[in-house]
Structure formats: C-alpha cells, structure tokens
Design a protein around this ligand. Structure first.
Ligand code: SF4
Length: 169
C-alpha cells in the first residue's frame, strides 16, 4: 500500500481523535504543523500513527529511495562527567585508571585501518570531558578531514552541547 493510501486509511479511521486528525490532515495537505502540535504528537500520538505521517512526508520528499551511510565509530574516551543511568561503559574521572583515552595518533591509526574502504563517515562518540574535548575535537576534525577527505566526521550531540555551553574546568 502506498504511503498516500495508508494516510487516507488513517484519516477514515473513526477512532482517531480530532486533534490528531487535524494534524494528519495538515500533513496530507503538506502544511507545517505548529510547535504546540509537535508537543501534542510527543505526548499523545502512538508510534504507528507517527510512522504513517513520517513515511508519507519521507516519500513526498525522497520518493521510494532509501539512503545508507557507511561509517565506523571511534570512541576517544569512556571518561565522562555524567552518570547516565543507562550507560554501561563510562567511568568518572576519579576512576581514570579503569578507562581509556585515545590520543590524536591513536585515532588516526584507527582511521588508517579503513584506508581504501568505501566509508563516508567517521562517527565519533564517547564520554564527555569538557575540560579537554572542545579543543581536542576541533583539532581532531581538522586532522580527520585531511586524512580521510571523502568522509564527514560526526560527533556525538552531547559533546557539541556540553563543550560549547560550559566553561572548561
Ligand atoms: S554522557 Fe554518554 S558516556 Fe557519559 S554517562 Fe551519559 S551516556 Fe555515558
């Protein structure tokens, strides 16, 4: 069934409440939803409903194409100032002896292992160390770009936020 037909089926569903129906109709008419409607989706919408809307928009923009990214990960350190409950691998700075910290050369050695491979992204994710990471990642990005010019380098969001929003220790 096409995404258009699926969305039409959703709109005919008598059990769909009015606020969610209004949003679905907006999506069908390719209108933007408001921030308040976005919050409503976050709080009230079921996953299958969201999937129908998202797939409809995706096919409107991309047709039936799906794109994949070939990447590999580097985790420069597992030392972290945070203690997220779901995290199984981080260590606090006072536990430094149990953790690891790559140097720039360590990271470039990992990149060299993929030389000749059809990689399009170096995905860098790891613990948050605001005192060192901002400058380190800046230099790292420059070196990776030079070493693997066909790759983008993507850093974990929490690094970007933390390193730009906190003063170094
Ligand atoms: S910020 Fe990342 S590395 Fe640090 S504790 Fe949370 S999940 Fe683990």
């Amino acid at each position: 069934m096409s995404s258009t037909a699926t969305l039409e089926t959703l709109l005919r569903d008598p059990s769909l409440n009015k606020p969610l129906r209004d949003i679905a109709e907006k999506v069908a008419q390719q209108q933007r939803i408001t921030p308040e409607e976005g919050v409503m989706l976050f709080e009230d919408a079921e996953l299958a409903y969201l999937g129908i809307l998202a797939n409809y928009i995706r096919e409107q923009k991309q047709g039936d194409n799906t794109y994949f990214n070939r990447n590999f990960h580097i985790e420069p350190t597992n030392l972290c100032v945070y203690t997220c409950k779901f995290c199984s691998y981080s260590r606090l700075i006072k536990q430094r002896h149990e953790g690891w910290e790559y140097t720039m050369e360590d990271m470039l050695d990992i990149v060299y292992k993929y030389d000749g491979e059809p990689v399009t992204e170096v995905h860098i994710v790891g613990g948050v160390l605001p005192s060192t990471m901002c400058l380190f990642m800046w230099n790292c990005s420059k070196k990776l770009k030079h070493t693997a010019p066909n790759c983008t380098s993507r850093h974990s969001l929490q690094w970007s936020i933390t390193t730009s929003s906190k003063k170094p220790n």
